[in-house]
Design a protein around this ligand. Structure first.
Ligand SMILES: Nc1ncnc2c1ncn2[C@@H]1O[C@H](COP(=O)(O)OP(=O)(O)OP(=O)(O)O)[C@@H](O)[C@H]1O
Length: 638
């Protein structure tokens, strides 16, 4: 996000962290906006320049991809020597360790993220890092350690314990901001995990742990942006027992809600003046919601009002930009040098990109001897989802809709905290009040200047799982009656990647569609899904849907989408198709055009060369069902 200066004066406390020797063990704790991430970026620069650690000797881990990107952007802006130091997510690093330990390992594809982390932990405990070309890291840097729980916590503890004699670390976190609910389902286990890593660090390195607390706040530039900060220390020191923590959190939550009520209400989104104030360019604004149902509902409203906005992607989402497909198509499976790379990407519209930086990043995933790049290895990295953060599509729209979880570590000029009846009373049957309080605290501490409330109506008819006979793991839109089905959330996996768009159709040729996607389709464009015929693809799927951009078919809905759609439509076990399938699904938008990898034979048959990569749209938003081919029903979600 914006607002970071590369010339800011560090405080003495920040300096004391930055200038520790490479083998020091440092724990930094602080409240929101106290400059933890900033300190880390300077620390990386110091380790690299003054302590002379090379990029390969410094391991930088963070929880979410948004945080990784934020850290990387800040290091880039600081722009001295440490640019080549790369931040990774825990999941990304675990996979890289497993791949490097055994490139032929076949049990990774079907393994869950948590399974891979557990496998990597086992490998680290068995000393696998010693066998790597660059050996184990000399220094480990971790941001947001308050979220380090479960298998990821165990992996980091194993790493730091295994190399305790020759590895320093700098870990930073704020116990008041630990919001990791989706990682651990059980409330008792969550209570037990909270802040456990802080305790482990203190107990494991009692002799030489350097502990520094940063106490200033640099983010909030106005009184209203500062209102929640005084509650940080209370949240940091919640009692350990679940019952006591709940009682204390209940009071904090009341205080936070009272403070939020005292902020100005942003107004009704149907008001033209309110809409206009969301269009102010160059003012970064986030609308922070407690769940994706709220995000989708708001996105639908903004779409109807024609207000450009982005939806924050899942932390695991990693779309690869279209120029990578171009590079692979042009270069085949060759091994190329930097000169050849530059000439190949000339036609790929990479205006303003730092080609030298891209080359270095590409070589990190697909290096070949004598400073060259192995394009076959690059294709494998795309297929296996191993592209590093800096080679994935990022964006910072002026207006971002996000859950609070996904906005951790980020900051914005203006923040609107979405509130509804749920914010005013416990969430779910077994509310986790400490987690609720921390979530609201994180939301209320993201603003640099302006903090508002954005009131949502109580009844939005959008839910997840809930009343469905056949539950799906996505949001869907109901109606006044229980049996009504009006819409479904689009996920990043909803575009079929088995076949390139246009292949096998009479009206569109795959190479033409590729050109169209590259030249005509962009972030935020509206698309609709149209039923291709009435014959289901399988017993548990609907018939196929084409993805249309205007009148051009740019893809087909995936089997996963068709399955979930059928499950949502089947209101009970004896369901019969009375109303038919939705003829059209409107309201969806293009989140990105991305490079995808599939079968080489399929690509070749479609006239796209034999590298088996092509580009495809990625969708987002709330799709609304239309049962006939007429006009859209209703104006927006009500
Ligand atoms: N010494 C400093 N002087 C001026 N501004 C600073 C200083 N340190 C940090 N900042 C600014 O303060 C803001 C918050 O810093 P940063 O994001 O590093 O805090 P944080 O502790 O990581 O926040 P959070 O935990 O809430 O995400 C940033 O805009 C950063 O540029």
């Amino acid at each position: 996000m914006r607002g970071q200066s590369s010339t800011l004066e560090l405080t003495p406390a920040q300096h004391s962290v930055v200038e520790q020797p490479w083998d020091a063990r440092t724990l930094v704790t602080a409240g929101a906006g106290a400059g933890k991430t900033t300190t880390l970026t300077h620390r990386l620069e110091h380790l690299n320049r003054a302590e002379e650690l090379s990029a390969s000797e410094i391991l930088v881990l963070s929880f979410s991809r948004a945080a990784v990107r934020e850290l990387r952007d800040r290091v880039d802006r600081l722009a001295k020597t440490s640019r080549s130091v790369r931040a990774q997510t825990f999941d990304g690093w675990a996979l890289a360790v497993l791949r490097q330990a055994d490139p032929g390992r076949e049990d990774l594809e079907g393994a869950s993220f948590d399974d891979r982390i557990a496998m990597a932990t086992e490998a680290i405990a068995a000393g696998v890092l010693d066998s790597f070309e660059f050996g184990p890291p000399a220094h480990v840097v971790i941001d947001e350690v308050q979220d380090l729980v479960g298998v990821r916590r165990a992996m980091v503890e194993t790493l730091l314990a295994e190399y305790r004699d020759n590895c320093g670390f700098t870990v930073v976190g704020d116990a008041a901001q630990s919001v990791y609910g989706f990682q651990i389902q059980d409330a008792d286990e969550r209570a037990w995990e909270t802040n456990r890593f802080f305790g482990w660090i203190r107990e494991s390195f009692p002799e030489d742990l350097v502990e520094v607390t940063l106490s200033e706040n640099f983010r909030a530039r106005t009184e209203e942006a500062r209102i929640a900060l005084p509650l940080g220390p209370r949240l940091q020191s919640l009692p350990k027992g679940r019952a006591e923590a709940t009682t204390e959190a209940c009071g904090i939550l009341d205080d936070l809600r009272g403070l939020l009520d005292s902020t100005p209400d942003f107004g009704d989104l149907s008001d033209l003046f309110v809409q206009q104030s969301l269009r102010i360019p160059d003012l970064s604004t986030a609308i922070l919601c407690r769940d994706n149902g709220q995000v989708l509902w708001l996105s639908d409203r903004l779409r109807h009002a024609g207000i450009p906005h982005g939806i924050q992607r899942s932390p695991r989402s990693r779309p690869v930009p279209p120029w990578v497909a171009w590079l692979l198509e042009q270069g085949g499976g060759a091994v190329i040098d930097e000169q050849r790379f530059k000439s190949l990407v000339e036609g790929a519209s990479l205006h303003g990109a730092d080609l030298a930086q891209l080359w270095r990043s590409l070589r990190r995933v697909a290096s070949a001897p004598r400073s060259r790049l192995d394009l076959a290895a690059l294709r494998r990295a795309v297929a296996e989802g191993r592209m590093p953060e800096e080679l994935t599509i990022g964006r910072s729209p002026d207006l971002l809709l996000s859950t609070v979880h996904r906005a951790k570590g980020l900051e914005f000029d203006r923040v609107l905290v979405a509130t509804d009846d749920v914010t005013g009373r416990p969430y779910g049957d077994d509310p986790d009040l400490p987690a609720e309080a921390r979530l609201l605290y994180v939301a209320m501490t993201r603003a640099r200047d302006d903090l508002f409330r954005l009131s949502l109506p109580r009844w939005r008819r959008i839910s997840k799982g809930g009343r469905l006979t056949f539950p799906v793991d996505r949001w869907w839109l109901g109606g006044v009656k229980d049996y009504q089905r009006n819409g479904l959330e689009a996920l990043e996996t909803d575009v079929d990647h088995a076949v390139p768009a246009g292949a096998g159709t009479a009206d569109f040729a795959a190479p033409d569609v590729q050109w169209y996607l590259r030249d005509r389709v962009g972030f935020g464009d509206e698309v609709e899904l149209r039923l291709l015929h009435e014959l289901p693809m399988a017993e548990d799927e609907t018939p196929p849907y084409a993805i249309l951009h205007g009148e051009t078919m740019i893809g087909e809905a995936s089997a996963g989408f068709r399955r979930d759609l059928l499950r949502v439509l089947r209101v009970n076990r004896a369901w019969e198709l009375r109303r038919g399938y939705p003829q059209v699904i409107t309201g969806l938008r293009v989140d990105a055009v991305e490079t995808v990898a599939g079968s080489s034979a399929v690509a070749e048959r479609a006239g796209l060369g034999d590298t088996g990569v092509w580009i495809a749209p990625r969708l987002c938003g709330l799709g609304r069902f239309r049962w006939s081919c007429g006009a859209e029903e209703g104006n927006s979600v009500s």
